[in-house]
Design a binder for this molecule. Structure first.
Ligand SMILES: Nc1ncnc2c1ncn2[C@@H]1O[C@H](COP(=O)(O)OP(=O)(O)OP(=O)(O)O)[C@@H](O)[C@H]1O
Length: 224
C-alpha cells in the first residue's frame, strides 16, 4: 500500500517530479497492468513499492511492513524472500546455464538444501516450458526463452509478489503475448500478485485491473 507518495529527482532548476500524490492499495493475488507513456513514472513507482527506491514523502507498506522503518538489511531480506523481479532485458547471468540462473539465486537466498533448490529450479523451468533448454546459456536462447528463464527464476523463490518492468518490451508481439499468457496463468494458479508495467495494449485489455499514470500521478484505476 502506498499513501501520499511523492518522489523527485535532481535539485533546483533540473528538479523532475517523478511521482506525485500516489495512493494505491494492492490486494493479494491481483494482476495489475501499470500503463503510461515513457517517462510517466512507471519504473519509479515499481521501484518504490518494492523498496528499491525511497519516496521523498509518504508511506509504503509491503506485506504489513512500513518500509521506512526497515534498515537496508531488513529491506533486502524482505525483498529476497517475498518479491520476484522480471525485467525488460531479462538480466540473466550470461556465463551460467538456464538451470544455474534459476538454481544459484535459490541457494543464495533462504536456507534451502542443494537438493530442494535443484528440484524447485527444475519444476519452474518446466512450468515455464523450457526445461529441455536448461543446459543452454542465455546467448543460446531466444528473447522469449530468456524471459521464460527470468520468470522461472522469479517464481522459483515462491515470492508473494512479482514486479515486472516492461517484461515484453524487448520481445516480438507473438512472443510477448505468450509471456503474458504465462504470467496470467501463473497468477491464477498460484495467486501470486503480479504488478506489470507495460506499453502492451493487449495486456491492458486483458488485465483485471489497469492503472494508468501520467506525469507521475494516477489518472485512471479501473477498480476505482
Ligand atoms: N535516476 C534519475 N535521475 C533523474 N531523473 C530520473 C531518474 N529516473 C527517472 N527520472 C525521471 O523521472 C521521470 C519518471 O521516470 P520513469 O523511469 O519512472 O518513467 P517510466 O514511465 O518508467 O518510463 P519508460 O516507460 O520510458 O521506462 C522521468 O521524467 C525520468 O526522466
Amino acid at each position: 500500500m502506498l499513501t501520499d507518495v511523492e518522489k523527485h529527482y535532481g535539485q533546483g532548476e533540473s528538479k523532475v517530479k517523478a511521482l506525485t500524490n500516489i495512493n494505491l492499495e494492492i490486494a493479494k493475488g491481483e494482476f495489475i497492468a501499470l500503463c503510461g507513456q515513457s517517462g510517466s513514472g512507471k519504473s519509479t513507482l515499481l521501484n518504490i513499492l518494492s523498496g528499491i527506491d525511497k519516496p521523498d514523502s509518504g508511506n509504503v507498506f509491503f506485506l504489513n511492513n512500513a518500509l521506512s522503518e526497515l534498515n537496508e538489511n531488513q529491506l533486502a531480506s524482505l525483498r529476497s524472500r517475498h518479491l520476484g523481479f522480471i525485467f525488460q532485458f531479462f538480466n540473466l547471468i550470461p556465463v551460467l546455464s538456464a538451470f544455474d540462473n534459476v538454481f544459484y539465486p535459490l541457494l543464495l537466498t533462504g536456507n534451502r538444501s542443494k537438493q530442494t533448490a535443484k528440484s524447485l529450479a527444475l519444476h519452474y523451468l518446466a512450468s515455464t516450458g523450457i526445461e529441455h533448454l536448461k543446459d543452454r546459456k542465455p546467448g543460446q536462447l531466444s528473447g522469449g526463452q530468456q524471459q521464460r528463464v527470468a520468470i522461472a527464476r522469479a517464481l522459483a523463490n515462491q515470492p508473494q509478489v512479482i514486479v515486472a518492468d516492461e517484461p515484453t518490451g524487448n520481445l516480438d508481439m507473438a512472443t510477448g503475448e505468450a509471456i503474458l499468457d504465462l504470467m496470467m496463468k501463473i497468477n491464477q494458479e498460484t495467486k501470486t500478485t503480479f504488478i506489470v508495467s507495460t506499453h502492451s495494449v493487449q495486456l491492458q485489455d486483458r488485465a483485471k485491473r489497469v492503472i494508468e499514470i501520467k506525469d507521475g500521478g494516477i489518472v485512471y484505476d479501473s477498480l476505482r
